[in-house]
Design a protein around this ligand. Structure first.
Ligand SMILES: Cc1ncc(C[n+]2csc(CCOP(=O)(O)OP(=O)(O)O)c2C)c(N)n1
Ligand SMILES: [Mg+2]
Length: 655
């Protein structure tokens, strides 16, 4: 490496060393090891414009090895983005600095996604690459023509999700996805020899990837490998052999550089070794200037792109599409009206398909899929043709049995923009997606999870397939909207609400079994309030029955029994606890009055329902694993029948 180019990379190394030292926390090793690769990427390949980090046709760069966050902060700063400033880098990992411990998409423009949970960055990048090809197929090279770059470490490649992600990417032939693997043979515990003997290159090759290797400290060799990756039609893995902590004379190549400051002595030695004489947090002018010059290429490309957009016949449609704003149209209204005209007795999974049929016909941005349960999740409609290697314009993705990979890919599509992803599996397998659902919520992305077979109501498949703790555990997740509709009208309303979200994901919990129609008025989307009174007590109100989904009709039966015994009972459909909690206290007190016995009914854990019933209320649910049997036997077995519930309530009322 010529001195100047090495010095450009040393700017990343110096900022990483100094920021981690100042914070007394963080990971200097990875940014120091990958500094040369990152410098080549920014100088010659990455398409970016620091003056407009949201330019739709920019390349996407994902730092999957999120612990090396200082690499992202250093490169953004050096390349001339407005943020982070040097003061923000000085405040690395401190409260209110956008330079958080790990990169966060909502803190800094230019950080494409939140990374840190190893493996998910790469898997999310697969979704970005899918979105790029999809939009390219619709709008052409003139408007959409960019790459997705990933820096991933040994950990990202070891995680199980890596298998799902690269399998999907290989199958879909995502040739514009290039992964730069920080092949440093070190993880936290020490040498990778401790834990793996895998031939990673062979695994990627077997999955349909193009594989290259290079010396990660030799710019010419890095360029050769990247050029080969670009030339190949398959997704590419480039194994960049690096020394973790490169430049720190006594610690490089060891796990000691991974996750703690180098210390003043080692930093001084590294500065001497690298020929870096500037003070901490000072970038010499000629180096700053050279880095800022890297953006010139992107600025020119951006200007040319602007010209193409201005004269493009699809300009308005493209801009509308990218804005992400959608509103259900007349066809959806007509569908809602049809539910009143002819109330259907359907499973909510089927009701979801019916709503989607209207919505996907109208909203081109909706791209669906399922983790091999298409016929069970009812996620495919006649408007959504398969998205394949040969036809990226399709809108339905056969994710295969890759729940986590699907969820991460959906995050990538949402983050990319221009696509509103939804995808299905059984609710019980939300556990398999959980890490990515959490990142949908944390990253504030509109992803819709279509989770069917939402209780023991699925019947004979038994306890492995029957969710128990899932609904409540998902409700415990911040910024995730969990919705469990009770009939076809509520299901349609939930879809409208999910699509109207601009900063959170929605999880729809849907039944396998048919449910009777309960709502006969669609003038107002009542689900928006989270919970509402579906039935008013006839006799003086003593009880409020709060139920969700399939148990709302059960609650209505219970109410009949109570009324027959002279005890007035409201029935509340609690579609979404999150939306209900957002209502004002007067509304909440009206729906759940203090002077009534509050009773919850949900075919899942009772854990947490005290939140609404109070300690003195009653909670009906299932606090064990389910069982294998026909549905009616199961509801009887678990005491979820009007026969079983009504007497207990009457007893509590002293009747
Ligand atoms: C899912 C997940 N598990 C564990 C961790 C904690 N962790 C952070 S970095 C790391 C080691 C990663 O090794 P590697 O990717 O090789 O990074 P390097 O040490 O080479 O920088 C671990 C276990 C994490 N961030 N995410
Ligand atoms: Mg490593």
């Amino acid at each position: 490496m010529t001195l100047p180019e090495r010095q450009l990379a040393n700017a990343i190394r110096a900022l990483a060393m100094d920021a981690v030292q100042a914070a007394n926390s963080g990971h200097p090793g990875m940014p120091m090891g990958m500094a040369d690769v990152a410098t080549v990427l920014y100088s010659d390949y990455l398409k970016f414009d620091p003056s407009d980090p949201a330019w739709p046709d920019r390349d996407r760069f994902v730092l999957s090895a999120g612990h090396g966050s200082m690499l992202a902060y250093a490169t953004l700063h050096l390349a001339g983005y407005a943020h982070p400033t040097i003061d923000e880098i000085r405040a690395f990992r401190q409260l209110n600095s956008p330079c958080a411990g790990h990169p966060e998409n909502f803190e800094l423009a230019g950080v494409e996604m939140t990374t840190g949970p190893l493996g998910q960055g790469l898997a999310t990048a697969v979704g970005m690459a899918i979105a790029e090809r999809h939009l390219n197929a619709i709008y052409g090279d003139a408007l959409v023509d960019h790459r997705t770059w990933v820096i991933a470490g040994d950990g990202c490649l070891m995680e199980g999700i890596n298998h799902e992600a690269i399998g999907l990417a290989g199958h879909l032939g995502l040739g514009r996805l290039i992964v730069l693997w920080d092949d440093n043979r070190i993880t936290i515990d020490g040498s990778t020899d401790l834990s793996t003997s895998e031939d990673v290159r062979a695994r990627y090759a077997a999955t349909g990837w193009h594989v290259e290797s290079c010396d990660g400290h030799d710019p010419a060799d890095i360029r050769r490998a990247i050029d080969a990756a670009i030339a190949d039609g398959r997704p590419s893995l480039i194994a960049c052999r690096t020394l973790i902590g490169f430049g720190a004379p006594n610690k490089q190549g060891t796990a000691a550089t991974h996750g703690s400051p180098l210390g003043a002595d080692e930093i001084a030695a590294a500065r001497a070794n690298l020929g870096w004489t500037a003070e901490p947090f000072v970038i010499p002018a000629e180096i700053a200037e050279a880095w800022q010059g890297f953006g010139a290429r992107g600025r020119t490309l951006h200007a040319e792109w602007n010209d193409r957009l201005a004269t493009n016949g699809n300009k308005k449609e493209f801009e509308d599409r990218l804005s992400g704003k959608v509103a259900p149209d007349d066809a959806f209204r007509a569908y809602l009206d049809s539910l009143v005209a002819e109330p259907p007795k359907v499973a909510t999974r089927k009701a979801s398909e019916n709503a989607l049929t209207a919505l996907t016909a109208d909203i081109a941005a909706l791209v669906g899929g399922s983790a091999d349960l298409t016929g069970s999740n009812n996620t495919k409609t006649s408007s959504t043709k398969p998205l394949t290697k040969d036809d990226y314009s399709g809108r339905y993705i056969y994710y295969g049995i890759r729940e986590f990979g699907m969820a991460a890919a959906m995050n990538g599509m949402a983050l990319h923009g221009g696509v509103i992803p939804y995808g299905g599996t059984f609710l019980v397998f939300s556990d398999y997606c959980r890490g990515a659902i959490r990142l949908s919520a944390l990253q504030r992305q509109r992803v819709v999870y279509v989770m069917t077979h939402d209780s023991i109501g699925l019947g004979e498949d038994g306890p492995t397939h029957q969710p128990i703790e899932h609904l409540q555990s998902l409700r415990a997740m911040p910024n995730l909207l969990v919705m469990r509709p009770a009939d076809a009208v509520e299901t349609a309303e939930c879809w409208a609400i999910a699509l109207a979200q601009d900063s959170r994901p929605t999880l729809l919990a849907l039944t396998r079994q048919n449910l009777p129609p309960l709502r006969h008025d669609v003038t107002e989307n009542l689900c928006l309030k989270g919970a509402y009174r579906l039935r008013d007590a006839a006799a003086a109100r003593r009880v409020v029955l709060v139920a969700t989904g399939s148990e709302v009709s059960l609650a209505l039966d219970v109410a009949e029994r109570l009324e027959a015994a002279g005890q007035g009972a409201d029935v509340v459909s609690m579609v979404s606890t999150e939306l209900f909690d957002e209502q004002d206290s007067a509304y909440r007190a009206d729906v759940l009055p203090r002077d009534a016995l509050i009773v919850s009914i949900e075919a899942g854990t009772t854990f947490g329902w005290e939140r609404y019933t109070g300690r003195d209320g009653l909670r009906f649910g299932i606090d064990s694993f389910g069982a294998s049997a026909p549905i009616d036997d199961l509801y009887r077995h678990f005491g979820l029948t009007a026969d079983a519930i009504a007497p207990q309530i009457l007893a509590r009322l002293g009747q």
